[in-house]
Design a protein around this ligand. Structure first.
Ligand code: CO
Length: 132
């Protein structure tokens, strides 16, 4: 079912500061940058082989990522697993007892189709299914 780790998402307070640090310390370059107003988040994708590090920062105070930063501080936010078929992967996870955040797949960044799974019931990890 899983074809790749699509991305590892890290919540940061200042996107440009984090981008500069990843460039200087790890030589990682931004491949894609996008604001998703519906999710209240701005992201930068840094390529690592065929996967990404996804730096995310809130665009408004009431976004889920803003609440995450307030509660937990900067750090690992979620893991994106690349799948061939987001709908069937979501169905399988729900059948296995996972708690979906998205009841059905929806559009994600860079024209992907995504669905989030709640960390409760997933060993404390927020999971995103990503279909390219
Ligand atoms: Co993500």
């Amino acid at each position: 079912m899983l074809t790749e780790i699509d991305h590892v998402a890290i919540a940061v307070r200042d996107l440009d500061t984090a981008i500069a640090w990843y460039r200087d310390a790890l030589g990682a370059e931004v491949e894609h940058r996008e604001r998703a107003e519906s999710d209240g988040v701005e992201e930068a994708l840094l390529a690592v082989a065929d996967s990404y590090v996804q730096l995310i920062t809130p665009t408004r105070d009431d976004s889920p990522v803003a609440k995450f930063l307030e509660k937990r501080g900067e750090g690992l936010h979620h893991i994106g697993y690349r799948v061939e078929d987001c709908a069937s992967a979501l169905e399988r996870m729900v059948q296995a007892g996972a708690t979906p955040i998205d009841e059905a797949p929806r559009p994600g960044s860079r024209n992907t189709t995504i669905a989030f799974i709640h960390p409760k019931g997933s060993f404390g990890t927020l999971i995103e299914l990503v279909e390219e």
